[in-house]
Design a protein around this ligand. Structure first.
Ligand SMILES: Nc1ncnc2c1ncn2[C@@H]1O[C@H](COP(=O)(O)OP(=O)(O)OP(=O)(O)O)[C@@H](O)[C@H]1O
Length: 253
């Protein structure tokens, strides 16, 4: 496997019964890039994402990460290999402070440790330091002692990304980071992902075309379970096949 790529799939596919949600996907994500997967509704983006995170076992093909085959590795073991996905708003601890949420996420780096009540003092100091570092990065330091449930929806989505960052991932996987966000909050997420892209490899699924076109290094367009094209934002923007695939799509801007 070429060392240029952090993640490579080969012939990756996922069937739901007789239906192929993902056909044969060869996805290559370059180290240090922001790589976005787009496509019309039902194109198979989320199914592909779930194969990458380990939430779904692929029906065929392989996934190599850092040169290692982890096609069938459990989701929590992928986290310890350096793959981290954003949490869902529903998985935030609403009545705990923003800092506590981050500390718990940092504690969970080794898997299910997040749920342990007793943590050695030195490890806890490291987790608190990580939480504080991430607080700065996601620009929520001013809200550190607020309950997560008191944040705006947009800030909660930012906190989800922060929780994924607490795992110090080499690959950050984001599933529609702006979904449900108000238009005023979208630039905050756009800037955050763009900033994170400076020292992380980021793979995301996203519908907001303004965000996609402004921050992506590479874009993979999926259609009916397969890759239609992969290219730079400019290449994708002008592609006739892509326009055709999106015809009749109202979910994209
Ligand atoms: N659990 C499931 N069982 C059967 N079919 C499913 C299941 N999950 C998804 N599908 C189907 O697989 C296809 C791909 O769905 P998927 O959610 O991966 O697409 P998507 O590109 O993420 O779409 P969207 O942009 O709407 O989220 C769709 O036709 C969907 O109806």
């Amino acid at each position: 496997m070429s060392s240029n790529y952090l993640l490579e799939t080969s012939g990756l596919g996922l069937d739901y019964g007789a239906f192929s949600a993902v056909g044969h996907v060869d996805l290559k994500i370059k180290k240090g890039s922001i790589h976005t997967v787009i496509g019309p509704n039902g194109a198979g983006k989320t199914s592909l994402f779930h194969c990458l995170t380990g939430e779904r076992k692929p029906t065929r093909g392989s996934i190599h990460f850092n040169g290692e085959n982890l096609t069938y590795l459990a989701a929590h073991k992928r986290v310890s290999k350096g793959m981290s996905r954003s949490f869902q708003v529903t998985s935030l601890f609403q009545t705990l402070s923003v800092r506590e949420n981050l500390r718990i996420a940092a504690q969970g780096r080794g898997g299910l440790n997040a749920l342990k009540f007793w943590v050695p003092e030195t490890a806890d100091k490291t987790n608190i330091a990580k939480a504080n570092e991430v607080l700065e990065k996601i620009q929520l330091a001013a809200f550190a002692d607020k309950q997560a449930g008191e944040l705006s929806h947009g800030q909660q989505r930012v906190l989800e990304v922060g929780m994924a960052l607490c795992g110090s991932p080499s690959l950050l996987l984001l599933d529609e980071p702006t979904s449900g966000m108000g238009v005023d909050d979208i630039p905050i997420m756009t800037n955050l992902i763009s900033e994170l892209g400076k020292d992380h490899t980021v793979m995301l699924i996203e519908h907001n075309m303004r965000l996609v076109m402004s921050i992506s290094d590479r874009i993979t367009v999926m259609h009916q379970g397969n890759i239609l094209i992969e290219g730079s934002p400019e290449e994708v923007k002008g592609d006739e096949q892509v326009k055709k695939a999106y015809l009749g799509e109202s979910g994209s801007e």
